[in-house]
Design a protein around this ligand. Sequence first.
Ligand SMILES: [Zn+2]
Length: 173
Amino acid sequence: MTGSRYTRQQLFVLRNHIPIDRVIEALDIHNAIHDGQYRFNCHVCHKMNTGISRKSNLARCFDCEKGYNTIDLVKEVLGLHFLESVAYLEKIKEQMPAEINQKYPCEKMARQNEMVHIGDVFKSLISPSPDKVSSTRALRQESQAISDLRKRVGYLEISIKSLSEKIAFMERQ
Ligand SMILES: [Zn+2]
């Protein structure tokens, strides 16, 4: 194969606009909130002395002293080549149209806002009660619940999108 079929801009989007924690969850890497910080299980040393930066969208293992962007992480965990990792991230990106397109407003904005709103409703359903906040176990369960709900919202978004496309197709008939 000669060169990459991906443009710099496409790779930028995959590195920066797919939240790194979303990739960690898609890869089924164990993660939890400890002391208010997001941690994940390092694929190399299997410890949780790790963290993510939402600003730079990087995951880091403090024991291995190694940082990963979304592409690095997929390469490392699944043992894939660069282009295979990029293709994997493209699939994750396709599954999260609302969040990504929020950064790129388009004519479908109104409809996407509705979808985001559905996510917010789920989040509000599982807001912590004050007596739970002190318990690490409760926090971990809550983080798992949020992650499960996120996945379900993701599937709902795909269903809504495919239904909208079907309706649009029928209207054109
Ligand atoms: Zn490590």
